[in-house]
Write a protein that binds this ligand. Structure first.
Ligand code: ATP
Length: 273
């Protein structure tokens, strides 16, 4: 199964050390890992149902889905819920059923429902009317409540205000987490992760030595950055080095950070307009 209908197998070699910040979520997942193990059966504990992770885009929601898949050594299936909607009568229900049956057949696994709010948008034309959308989404909710198979649902949402309250009520997810813009400490960690991931070769690294003071400086400069902007700034500084056939320079990175418009500001302006 690489891509079959609405489900796609996602390979991943990330681990939790590649995710900066999100400490509460990481701790929660780490504990659940243990309850999942055999010893939990002695306590007659149910398998975890899943988590909902919502909040600012580009702050590591997808990254953490990939990290738990490698940490728990379980296959990760990305479920594009909007693609179950078809044009023929009954097609959407059948697609939803098939996707969930496939996930159950592959259990134990992680079902990553990326941008779950898309499941409420339906499709344009055909069965995309709101009645069908509600019914099909309702089928998904019922499945979540009743499922016996070890299919851990990892749902992400960018817009929690678009989600129906019944999705968020107790019994569906074990926990709901809100991911905010990274604070200064978290930005330090994210810089550390990506500088270490990128500056692996001696040509790229040159004389650069990462120190606590440099991380502090970068984190201070990058106020209001999302994780994805930190990664991009490092990549862009490396591009400059690459095009000029020289090593990475901290000065480039600082200049890029200063000149990057913050996605968080753009989003706030857009919401106000
Ligand atoms: P979206 O909702 O837009 O899909 P997301 O919250 O799922 O966003 P990711 O796709 O996980 O965000 O992040 C985008 C990229 O930014 C990642 O590939 C990762 O390299 C980097 N990144 C974001 N947040 C973090 C973080 N907390 N730690 C390390 N890297 C991060």
């Amino acid at each position: 199964l690489k891509k079959s209908g609405a489900l796609e197998y996602v390979g991943s070699d990330f681990n939790l050390a590649d995710v900066g910040g999100l400490e509460n979520l990481k701790k929660w997942l780490d504990k659940r890992n243990r309850t999942w193990m055999d010893e939990a059966k002695r306590y007659n504990l149910p398998a975890p149902k899943g988590v909902m992770v919502t909040g600012v885009p580009g702050c590591g929601k997808s990254l953490i889905a990939k990290a738990i898949s490698s940490m728990w050594k379980l296959p990760l299936l990305r479920f594009d819920i909007s693609s179950v909607f078809g044009v023929y009568v009954g097609q959407s229900e059948a697609n939803m059923r098939r996707a969930l049956q496939t996930a159950e057949a592959l259990a134990p696994c992680i079902l990553w429902v990326d941008e779950i709010e898309k499941g409420l948008g339906g499709a344009s034309g055909g069965e995309g009317d709101s009645g069908t959308t509600r019914r099909v989404f309702g089928n998904f909710l019922t499945w979540m409540q009743e499922k016996q198979a070890l299919v851990f649902v990892f749902a992400t949402a960018n817009q929690i205000n678009r989600l129906p309250p019944e999705l968020l009520r107790k019994g569906r997810f074990d926990e709901i987490f809100f991911v905010d813009l990274p604070n200064i400490e978290e930005r330090k960690q994210i810089f550390k992760v990506h500088l270490r991931r990128r500056l692996t070769s001696p040509e790229a690294r040159g004389e650069f030595q990462e120190t606590e003071q440099i991380l502090e400086e970068l984190a201070t400069l990058s106020d209001k950055f999302i994780g994805a902007e930190i990664e991009d700034a490092i990549t862009n500084a490396l591009y400059e080095a690459f095009f000029e056939s020289r090593a990475f320079r901290l000065e480039d990175l600082k200049r890029i950070i200063k000149n990057t418009p913050r996605f968080a500001d753009m989003q706030a302006d857009y919401l106000q307009s």
